[in-house]
Design a protein around this ligand. Structure first.
Ligand code: DX5
Ligand code: ZN
Length: 211
């Protein structure tokens, strides 16, 4: 399984060391919250300009009007940008996915923990460069894994979606195998990696990659 550690709960006073400590992962996941779609607010791209990321990054926008954040993250150099269908609806989602594709960015569509996969039309499935299935309600790290996400992944595969499925929230070494079997390609892991001491993180990441 590929792994994209989330730096949502990282130590932002020592962020360079934090990202260096997870340099053997497949990607680094940047959770962006605007205080509107979810109550919390987080970093913006401007807070990351001095960080040298050791591996590619992706931005997960939990924000109203997600397109207003595109430019700053494209300029930061992210390879993927994911936004929520709950924020855009179908028509706008299709437009934004195409816009990201034209910019050479992997455009992902996310369904929140309480959203059903049939919210995503076949058109959206055909256009999305990635689907992000949340296995918690968006908004904070450290929540419990929602097992419903396993059925959602299987439903998307049964509908013929062959692109990348990423899963985000409450993931640990006990449930990652179930996610693999359901058809996920990559997991976002926050607290299970970032609450470990820096020197232990690479080993934990390797364990995910062996599943
Ligand atoms: C939640 C974020 C997640 C979260 C994952 O809104 O999108 O990426 O930080 O953290 P854990 O693994 O602790 O659930
Ligand atoms: Zn996330």
């Amino acid at each position: 399984m590929k792994i994209s550690p989330s730096i949502l709960d990282a130590d932002f006073l020592h962020l360079q060391g934090e990202v260096d400590s997870i340099g053997n992962a497949d990607r680094i996941h940047l959770d962006i919250m605007d205080g509107k779609y979810v109550p919390s607010t987080t970093i913006r791209a401007s807070d990351l300009l001095n960080i040298a990321f050791p591996i590619e990054t992706e931005a997960h926008l939990m924000c109203d009007n997600p397109e207003t954040f595109f430019k700053e993250f494209v300029d930061l150099g992210v390879k993927g940008i994911t936004f929520h269908i709950e924020n855009t609806g179908e028509k706008e989602a299709l437009r934004l996915l195409k816009e990201l594709k034209e910019k050479g960015i992997r455009g992902g569509i996310c369904i929140d923990g309480y959203t059903e996969p049939d919210t995503l039309s076949d058109d959206v499935l055909h256009t999305a460069g990635q689907i992000l299935v949340m296995s918690v309600k968006a908004g904070k790290g450290g929540q419990s894994f929602m097992t419903e996400s396993l059925d959602k992944i299987m439903t998307l595969r049964e509908r013929g979606y062959e692109g990348e499925i990423e899963v985000d929230g409450g993931i640990n070494l006990d449930n990652v195998k179930l996610l693999r079997e359901a058809g996920a390609d990559i997991v976002v892991v926050g607290s299970f990696v970032m609450k470990k001491p820096t020197e232990e993180r690479c080993k934990v990441i390797e364990k995910f990659q062996k599943v």
